[in-house]
Design a protein around this ligand. Structure first.
Ligand code: FPP
Length: 246
């Protein structure tokens, strides 16, 4: 069976900002700034195409190891997004979630993230999950720790419910721009049955046409969720193993 519709949930590793900037003899943080423009365009395009959830990887648990000025540049950029982009996103019906470990973030950032989430909580057009200080391993570990703390049994279902992305269904399509073909600790639990799409396009250049190519590739995939092609032809509806939330 071939997926004909748009994916319900698209997740993106937005890679290639640094190279985009370096090729223009600009500082790497200029590439991240251009990355915000590209993100704004992508949010609109997803919304226009009826995609319900967009999840993006903005800062990984490992990105603290980057040069100090790049790390502080990314923190400043997040503040700028909160001040400048959130009102626009709110007006466009976007419901924002920031996913990741907030304990290492400044008090100013933490209160800004909570306010942005509260201000957009009633919006329904598109859910935008921004993964910031996020790692797939961190998420699995924090979910397990939560369950252990409360003495709950650890099962696939209980872990799934304790994950930081439990408010969204698992991603149907995971895109990575920038030419590398790896997960880099993104959505390790949630992407068990996601279709993967890699493109050489650098994130600042990922436009509507590039998104449409990814959706087109997704439509050509057969999603079997562990079943055989013959079972799908016989009319068994493919279902992910983990029951979907929301
Ligand atoms: C990876 O490209 C990108 C990042 C580590 C940051 C992604 C951030 C944005 C797209 C801006 C959005 C930001 C916020 C705060 C919402 P890279 O720097 O590894 O690129 P390279 O592989 O070419 O060096």
């Amino acid at each position: 069976m071939t997926a004909q519709r748009v994916p319900r949930h698209v997740a993106i590793v937005m890679d290639g900002n640094g190279r985009w900037a370096t090729r223009r003899f600009l500082p790497r943080v200029a590439g991240h700034r251009q990355g915000v423009e590209s993100l704004r365009r992508c949010v609109r395009a997803c919304s226009d195409r009826g995609i319900e959830v967009l999840t993006v990887f903005a800062f990984s648990s490992e990105n603290w190891n980057r040069p100090k000025d790049e790390v502080s540049g990314l923190m400043d950029l997040l503040l700028l997004v909160l001040q400048r982009e959130v009102p626009r996103l709110a007006a466009d019906g976007v419901q924002l979630h920031f996913v990741g470990d907030r304990t290492a973030l400044s008090a100013r950032l933490v209160s800004g993230l909570s306010k942005a989430e509260a201000d957009t909580a009633q919006n329904t057009r598109l859910v935008l999950n921004i993964c910031f200080n996020y790692g797939g391993r961190w998420d699995i570990a924090q979910a397990a720790a939560q369950l252990a703390r409360h003495g709950h049994p650890i099962t696939e279902e209980s872990l799934g419910r304790a994950m930081a992305l439990a408010h969204s269904p698992d991603p149907d399509l995971v895109i990575r721009t920038g030419g590398e073909q790896r997960f880099s600790n993104f959505l390790l639990w949630q992407s068990a049955y996601s279709e993967l799409y890699f493109t050489d396009c650098l994130w600042p250049e990922f436009d509507e046409a590039a998104l449409d190519l990814a959706i087109e590739a997704f439509r050509g995939r057969e999603r079997r969720f562990g079943k055989t092609s013959e079972q799908l032809v016989a009319g068994h509806q493919p279902q992910p193993l983990q029951s979907q939330v929301a």
